[in-house]
Design a binder for this molecule. Structure first.
Ligand SMILES: [Zn+2]
Length: 371
């Protein structure tokens, strides 16, 4: 006697996300996942001993030559342009991500890019005068009622490489990889959250454009990701900043480093309107508590994820990229790319996944406190 009935129980569902450096296969289960993963050449076999269902809207990206689902799991055959395959299981063992990465960046036809849906904000809601009025009353921006949108800001990009490590690793690549991972994990953990990236490819975005994007999207949180660099090559560890006047020499040095991108900006992208600076400063003080609270939570989650690394704590500095964001905002320096050991860590998927997971945990904790 066979239990045909079992095969119609939807226990595991699959989503594919194509992206410029490969493809992410997201597997979400209703019970604990215990995947057995076997790889051979470009073929990966995942056994869950359970029926897997394809999400109806899933498009097979060009890196996938074959996708076979059976009663125990699935087999995926990647295109030879894929250079490496890694996978990671979430902390609660309910979801896993399979990362297939291409050796080189692949330019996607625009239609297949899974960008956030176009968003037409109600401009009346976020006009400067409304924001100004709210801030003057000591309130947050008018849209901060529901926690439903977060902006992730991968530092640098395009002609601005950011800091470059001893073996040539560039900050702009590492910040993009971690940000994409934060987005991917957040998509699993908080599907109701709208996640906007200030850039999702290697392109130059001015500092001013980054916060304007956050305001335009009425984001509830702005998280900027960076890698630190110091003259002292042994400097290491992680630290999180929120906006304020820099207090220590160290913070001032980091501030100078990150504000350097300003030189690359078109001068026209820096608003000259005095209202902008007034608003920016008011917003800073209104959101300082929330921002410093989130910064503290990020530091403690990163501390749990990396008990052997140095927790450099929460710091304050006057980053330009955080100015002009009319919402709580933090800037994370996940590690020192100028330190050869940390540069090496930043290159590893496992390290980036752990860092991304820690950041996601603190965002979720923050979101749940805010709702
Ligand atoms: Zn940076």
């Amino acid at each position: 006697m066979t239990f045909l009935f079992l095969s119609v129980i939807a226990s595991i569902s699959l989503n594919l996300f194509p992206r410029y450096d490969g493809v992410v296969v997201e597997v979400i289960g209703t019970s604990l996942l215990k995947p057995v993963v076997q790889t051979s050449g470009y073929t990966v076999r995942l056994d869950f001993a359970e029926q897997v269902l394809f999400n109806e809207n899933t498009l097979i990206p060009i890196w996938v030559n074959n996708f076979l689902i059976d009663s125990l799991g699935f087999t995926v055959e990647f295109d030879p342009s894929i250079a490496s395959v890694d996978w990671a299981l979430s902390g609660d063992s309910m979801s896993m991500i399979l990362f297939a990465r291409a050796e080189e960046q692949i330019l996607l036809p625009p239609v297949s890019w899974q960008a956030p849906p176009p968003f037409e904000p109600d401009t009346a809601l976020w006009s400067d005068s409304l924001v100004f009025a709210a801030l003057e009353r000591g309130e947050g921006s008018p849209w901060l009622v529901d926690f439903d949108c977060i902006v992730l800001d991968p530092g640098h990009g395009g002609r601005d490489p950011g800091a470059v490590g001893p073996t040539g690793s560039r900050e702009k690549d590492r910040t993009l990889e971690i940000s994409l991972m934060v987005r991917d994990i957040l998509r699993i953990r908080k599907p109701e959250l709208r996640i906007v990236l200030t850039r999702s490819v290697d392109e130059y975005v001015s500092l001013g454009a980054r916060t304007r994007m956050a305001n335009r999207n009425q984001a509830d949180l702005f998280v900027s990701l960076h890698c630190n660099a110091a003259e002292n090559r042994s400097a290491n560890g992680f630290e999180t900043y929120f906006l304020s006047r820099a207090r220590t020499d160290d913070a001032r040095a980091v501030q100078m480093l990150e504000n350097n991108s300003l030189d690359l900006d078109d001068i026209s992208s820096v608003p000259e309107d005095p209202l902008f600076f007034l608003l920016a400063d008011m917003a800073q003080s209104v959101f300082q508590n929330q921002s410093s609270h989130l910064a503290g939570s990020i530091q403690s989650h990163l501390g749990n994820a990396f008990p052997m690394r140095i927790n450099r704590g929460v710091k304050r500095a006057g980053f330009f990229v955080l100015r002009g964001a009319y919402m709580p905002a933090v800037l994370i320096e996940v590690g020192f790319i100028s330190n050869i050991t940390e540069e090496d860590k930043l290159k590893s998927l496992d390290f980036r996944f752990k860092a991304a997971q820690a950041i996601v945990e603190s965002i979720i904790e923050y979101a749940e406190r805010e709702i």
